[in-house]
Write a protein that binds this ligand. Structure first.
Ligand code: NAP
Length: 255
């Protein structure tokens, strides 16, 4: 309970799943957290819970596709907590489910790419200048094993967006490493969240997904949150530009 003492962290996708679990953990570890997502009531509920447990939280509802929202989250962190040390750019969509890739419409493609990849760029665009004021920080993008170590049918836009986030992390890591900013991509395996449940929506698919992991199960969001904490904190002070697999062995499993 000291990993993020005195740090200020933005967490997007904080209304659910991995982002929700990470926001709770970051607050428990001492960070002042700024929570972002579209569902205001979920953010308010989480913010209240964190405050009740002695933490510090603010929230702002908005869409990560909107450049002004990215800026507003940074402004809120700066105004309420005096700066920014950590940004967990985690909000994402799986996109059109059950659609063959050649039947995905241009607007569906663009929605997935913008929600996942362009939002990561927009996040960093405003987070970097705020972090430069303190000559340091940690930016984390939630990518995926999908599109990196594993190909999956009917996930072209999702895979392309998630692979793009890894390239973005590497580019930013080289550009701002000398100024103390670390940038990493976090690659969860199958995780038990509303998104994971929407993707594996039948008992036989749930079993299939568990079995493609070496650990023969999917992750709890709290397990992914612990890896986000690692990348956010000084425990990973020499780690930048990585694609950190936290995937239960789905990338190496052939049994
Ligand atoms: P989730 O429970 O469905 O959470 C997704 C979060 O993203 C929600 O908080 C949602 O909030 C937010 N979000 C989605 N679109 C948004 C938008 N346009 N603007 C603002 N916020 C938006 O899913 P999850 O599994 O925790 O997903 C978190 C991240 O992990 C995603 O990037 C996902 O691709 C990645 N991931 C998940 C898995 C998995 O198996 N679950 C595996 C690998 C990677 P609102 O709906 O309130 O806006």
């Amino acid at each position: 309970m000291t990993g993020l003492t005195s740090k200020v962290a933005i967490i997007t996708g904080a209304s659910s799943g991995i982002g929700y679990a990470t926001a709770k953990l970051f607050a428990l570890e001492g960070a002042s957290v700024v929570l972002g997502a579209r569902r205001s009531e979920k953010l308010e509920q989480l913010s209240r819970e964190i405050t009740k447990n002695g933490g510090k939280a603010r929230f702002l509802a908005g869409d990560v596709k909107d450049e002004l929202f990215s800026k507003a989250l940074v402004d809120l962190a700066s105004k309420e907590f005096g700066g920014l040390d950590v940004a967990f750019n985690n909000a994402g969509t799986i996109g059109a489910l059950g659609t063959a890739s050649h039947q995905v419409t241009l607007s569906e493609w663009e929605n997935t790419i913008t929600t996942n990849l362009t939002s990561a760029f927009l996040g960093a665009k405003y987070q970097v200048p705020e972090m430069l004021k303190r000559e340091g920080g940690s930016i984390i993008f939630t990518s995926s094993f999908v599109g990196y170590t594993v190909g999956m049918p009917q996930k072209a836009a999702y895979a392309a967006s998630k692979a793009g986030m890894i390239g973005l992390a590497k580019a930013l890591a080289t550009e701002f490493g000398a100024r103390g900013i670390r940038v990493n991509a976090l690659l969860p395996g199958g995780t038990d969240t509303p998104m994971g449940q929407a993707d594996a929506n039948k008992p036989e698919i749930v079993e299939f997904v568990k079995n493609i992991h070496a650990l023969k199960r999917i992750a709890l969001p709290e397990e992914i949150a612990k890896s986000a904490l690692y990348l956010a904190s000084d425990a990973s002070s020499f780690t930048t530009g990585t694609a950190l697999l936290v995937d239960g062995g789905v990338s190496i499993c052939r049994t």
